[in-house]
Design a protein around this ligand. Sequence first.
Ligand code: NAD
Length: 256
Amino acid sequence: MTDQTAIYPSLRDKVVFVTGGASGIGAAEVTAFARQGAKVAFVDIADDAAATLIAALRAEGLAEPHYQHCDLRDIAALQAAIATVAQDVGPITALINNAANDQRHRYEDVTVEYWDERQAINLRHQFFAIQAVAPMMKAAGGGSIVNFGSISWHTNNGGMPAYTTAKAGVEGLTKGMARDLGPFGIRVNTVIPGWIMTQRQIDLWLTPEAEANLMQAQCLKTKVYPDDVARMVLWLAADDSRMCTSQLWVVDGGRL
Ligand SMILES: NC(=O)c1ccc[n+]([C@@H]2O[C@H](COP(=O)([O-])OP(=O)(O)OC[C@H]3O[C@@H](n4cnc5c(N)ncnc54)[C@H](O)[C@@H]3O)[C@@H](O)[C@H]2O)c1
């Protein structure tokens, strides 16, 4: 297989907003949209990673994405960041709710504060980003929203109940908002990554034993990379998926 991928004419000049775009799958999404000629804006708290990504895109001769530091646990800051993008870049017609944090925790240790903080980074901002972009998508006659779920709760993963609960909630968010926003031509979908080989995952969890178990579980016997997920996101943001909404799109090499 070559690494040639599709160009979507409908993504050229589209204003795309990616949360958590500085590293991991989000950075692959920012890069993929930039290569499509989209106008990309992203937020993150990892300023150094964001600067590295922007420099790499510049070196590739691509338009520089709009970056703002924004801690997504702060909803007022998220709303302000979205308003700034709308003013400086243009009305957002593709929202990629990508950011999350899969920090492990023992259920015995979870406090009310920790539980709420995990929902704030893994679920709450997705809803408020949708609420903030919906008026501009309505005015534009439509839009595409991609929410990030996770395979982890589908496969009964333990060791992070606040995360798996939030990620299950993402699927409910998608289905409820797809109904409310469908009449305005706004599509809402969930992407479910399998185990994706970001640098963070490789550094933290990829042991020879874990890789052997993964290859046993996947139908396709190669690891899944951030670019594989970004390609799905491009298609969901493009007009090519115009009648697809309220669905789960699984990129996992065949585990579920
Ligand atoms: N990598 C996987 O194997 C995998 C598996 C299942 C689901 N997912 C989901 O895919 C999405 C991307 O995952 P990833 O592996 O690239 O994650 P990651 O942890 O590597 O990157 C997440 C990005 O979000 C940013 N971020 C974290 N907290 C933030 C905050 N409070 N405010 C703003 N930005 C913040 C981080 O700095 C980082 O750039 C997530 O929703 C994740 O749950 C990933």
